[in-house]
Design a protein around this ligand. Structure first.
Ligand SMILES: NC(=O)c1ccc[n+]([C@@H]2O[C@H](COP(=O)([O-])OP(=O)(O)OC[C@H]3O[C@@H](n4cnc5c(N)ncnc54)[C@H](OP(=O)(O)O)[C@@H]3O)[C@@H](O)[C@H]2O)c1
Length: 335
């Protein structure tokens, strides 16, 4: 009897945060996982988690800003694990800072990692997927791919660039009648290590703009999207839908709203180490895991994410969201 080949998945940014939670999700479902990031401690810990689920893991200590390293990583995956079925572009970095205090070098580096890292990953995946006319490329996106916020210009612009690149890629694959698919998952604020290790010059500690979700919410949605790649985009929470469609309706109002509230909503607590170097150019030592410092505030479940995974149309998601917002407002009034 022929044994079914295990799915081979490549995940960039696999050592921590969303990438790490996604590694666990794919491993739990029986995949072999190639792990791309720079930090060996996190990568090796992730590999042990895959092996504990009975899968094979391949550690690839690679900087995604280097196209040659990414291409060589794909070659190694094909040789050691077999044909790549799914490639998840996820790695990121950012600088939390007003634009007027940023350097040209910082803009370049964030763009190279956060945007070009996705382009290089896609090129490496296409090299193998196109000739065999099979495979899926998943882009991990954000509400900030549509709606920029203050203090994260380089990151927001990179996320917008990914959205533009993704749309061109999808149209070309459709034009060619290719069976290689691509899809994008737009994420809400997530409780990941990002906020403790990204370079920052904010006066207070950085936080994701609430409501905050656990990275497992993102991982489940990525897994689902990877297996339903005919759908163009996925919205992992109501806050994402609200930001994207609200911005389409009233972008100038959103500018003014964010000018007023977008500084405070990204910070909390006391002071942070001044001019923290962060992980912009080099990985930090240690295993940082999937979760950040916001376990107490983070939701483990998204009703919209659930509805997306269960094939409910966008109108249902909007209905659920509006009902949820109305209940929230009524509760606030009652207090
Ligand atoms: N957290 C949120 O609130 C949020 C919201 C919306 C969307 N997202 C999206 O979710 C994805 C993951 O974000 P996250 O919050 O999980 O970030 P994170 O906690 O900072 O993790 C980033 C991952 O990328 C890796 N990485 C950073 N620079 C790299 C480089 N030059 N080369 C290779 N790997 C690199 C890091 O590992 P090493 O340092 O070991 O290389 C780490 O594994 C991103 O696409 C982000 O846009 C996050």
């Amino acid at each position: 009897m022929l044994m079914k080949r295990k799915e081979v998945v490549v995940i960039t940014g696999a050592s921590a945060g969303v990438g790490r939670a996604t590694v666990r999700e794919f491993a739990r479902q029986g995949a072999e996982v190639a792990l791309i990031a720079r930090g060996r401690d996190g990568l090796e810990a992730a590999a042990r988690e895959v092996e504990a689920c009975g899968g094979k893991a391949l550690v690839l200590a690679v900087d995604v800003a280097d196209a040659k390293q990414v291409e060589a990583a794909a070659d190694e995956v094909e040789q050691k694990l077999g044909p790549i079925d799914i490639w998840v572009n996820n790695a990121m970095t950012s600088v939390f800072s007003p634009i007027k205090e940023m350097t040209a070098e910082e803009f370049k580096r964030v763009t190279e990692v956060t945007y070009l890292g996705y382009v290089y990953g896609t090129l490496a995946a296409l090299k193998y997927m196109l000739p065999r006319d099979r495979g899926t490329i998943v882009h991990v996106g954000s509400a900030l791919a549509y709606r920029s916020i203050p203090l994260q210009a380089a990151y927001c612009a990179s996320k917008h660039a990914i959205l533009g690149f993704f749309a061109s890629l999808r149209t070309e694959l459709l034009h060619d009648g290719s069976n290689v698919k691509t899809t994008m998952v737009q994420m809400p604020a997530l409780n990941t290590p990002q906020f403790e290790w990204v370079r920052t010059r904010l006066p207070r500690k950085a936080q994701p703009v609430p409501p905050i979700y656990q990275p497992e919410v993102a991982a489940r949605m990525i897994y689902h999207a990877a297996h339903h790649p005919d759908r163009r985009e996925w919205f992992a929470a109501w806050s994402v839908i609200k930001a994207i469609f609200g911005n389409k309706l009233a972008p100038s109002y959103a500018d003014h709203y964010l000018a007023k509230h977008g500084y405070d909503s990204q910070q909390f607590g006391g002071q942070v180490e001044r001019n923290r170097e962060g992980n912009l150019f080099y990985a930090l030592p240690g295993d940082h895991g999937a979760h950040g410092a916001f376990d107490e505030r983070a939701k483990t479940w998204s009703v919209e994410g659930w509805a997306e995974e269960h094939g409910k149309p966008l109108a249902v998601l909007v209905g659920i969201g509006i009902a949820g917002t109305a209940v929230g407002l009524m509760r606030r009034k009652a207090v």
